[in-house]
Design a binder for this molecule. Structure first.
Ligand code: KG4
Ligand code: ZN
Length: 366
């Protein structure tokens, strides 16, 4: 199947053409065209993503990216050889989502091709199908991004259950907010991680991670011992804020130590909740998927790899680095999954609506 995929759920405009065939557990995927324009520099000056501004930018960027992507794929604008168009329907910022949906529907009309709506979180989940590894089900997915922190049981390609989720901030959001406290620009995740690495390599190299830092650096691990699989990151963020205020003027080394203490706390909760979910499931889980922007985090991948190795029948699947943050390739892959488990969505016109709060466990992404 040749799919033209569009992603506009937040602050990245992305378009891709993929050719995907074969079984869902191990499809063969060729990227024929792929473009992405980040609005980060634009939103940065306002300190956050403004939905209406994002929408306007998507509307401006989409025709340009479409033309470039089709060119890369060797296709023409008038009548490209694709099977259908896929577009993110949610979750995300509704005005931003609408920009993608309206554009996709226009293309569908002009080209007389079906258009289907795709769940962004399924996109993150199935980003791990790229790269050739097999994904055997049932799987447990730890989805960690700027908007989401959830543990999902994937029983089948059309059967998802959220086992736990954040009660307040998402983990990526906490990284971004702590970064701002330390005077770093959005997106803060990678920058916090670099600072934390410096702290680790500098003084405390020999200490295991999660070890208490000197100078009373230790932040709470919210809900670590709660007997459910939910998360909470707002208390941790506030604890960092108080600490930063208490410390006053921060030396470079202190900033690094704060970043490290925060990262240790944030990641330990993710890993331990994942351990709990795996323990609860007995031996039934075959694959552990970790995806979303925060899955690029080095400490997380190290700790989660150790965790996965302690379960003999478990295979860990992480997305390729370039597919950790938002992109259109993952939307194309999730669209293939949707169209394979439910081929009827390619017949007749779908009524695609932007659904800002779409949940991965709901029945339909349309
Ligand atoms: O999946 P994504 O691109 O967008 C959403 O769907 O939200 O995730 C973006 C988030 C941002 O919060 C960013 O700070 C975080 O992923 N992130 C990281 C790292 N790289 C990106 N967080 C921690 N460590 C990283 N290396
Ligand atoms: Zn995302």
């Amino acid at each position: 199947m040749k799919i033209l995929a569009i992603e506009t759920s937040c602050d990245e405009t992305a378009v891709a053409v993929i050719d995907i065939t074969g079984p869902l557990a191990k499809p063969e995927i060729k990227i024929l065209g792929n473009t992405l324009l980040s609005q980060v520099p634009l939103h940065e000056q306002y300190g956050g993503v403004f939905p209406m501004l994002a929408k306007r930018e998507h509307e401006k960027n989409l025709p340009v990216l479409l033309e470039q992507t089709l060119k890369q794929a060797g296709e023409n604008m008038k009548n490209p050889d694709i099977d259908f168009v896929a577009v993110t329907a949610g979750p995300g910022l509704e005005p931003a989502l609408w920009a993608g949906i309206v554009f996709a529907e226009e293309l569908g009309k002009n080209w007389r091709k079906p258009v289907i709506g795709v769940d962004h979180m399924k996109g993150h989940t199935w980003s791990v199908l790229f790269g050739g590894g097999k994904v055997e089900l049932p799987a447990l997915a730890l989805l960690v991004s700027g908007g989401h922190t959830e543990l999902v049981l994937v029983r089948d390609f059309d059967d998802y259950e959220i086992l736990g989720r954040t009660k307040d901030d998402a983990v990526g959001e906490a990284f971004d907010k702590v970064a701002r406290m330390l005077g770093l620009h959005y997106p803060g995740g990678p920058k916090i991680s670099l600072l934390a690495e410096k702290s680790r390599s500098r003084t405390y190299e020999k200490l295991p991670t999660y070890e208490k830092l000197p100078r009373s650096f230790s932040f709470p691990r919210p809900m670590l011992h709660s007997d459910n699989l939910n998360f909470s990151y707002s208390g941790l963020k506030t604890a960092v804020l108080y600490k930063v205020r208490e410390l006053g003027e921060l030396s470079e080394e202190t900033r690094e130590d704060v970043a490290r203490a925060f990262e240790d706390a944030a990641i330990e909760v993710l890993v331990e909740k994942t351990r709990k979910a795996l323990d609860n499931a007995g031996d039934s889980i075959k694959t552990l998927i970790v995806a979303g922007g925060v899955s690029a985090n080095k400490l997380l991948t190290e700790k989660i790899s150790e965790l996965a190795a302690s379960f003999p029948n478990l295979t860990l699947r992480l997305p390729e680095r370039s597919l950790t943050t938002d992109n259109a390739i993952m939307i194309g892959i999730a669209a293939y999954v949707e169209a394979t488990v439910n081929p009827s969505i390619l017949k007749g016109k779908q009524d695609i609506k932007a659904r800002g709060n779409l949940s991965i466990s709901s029945q339909s992404s349309q």
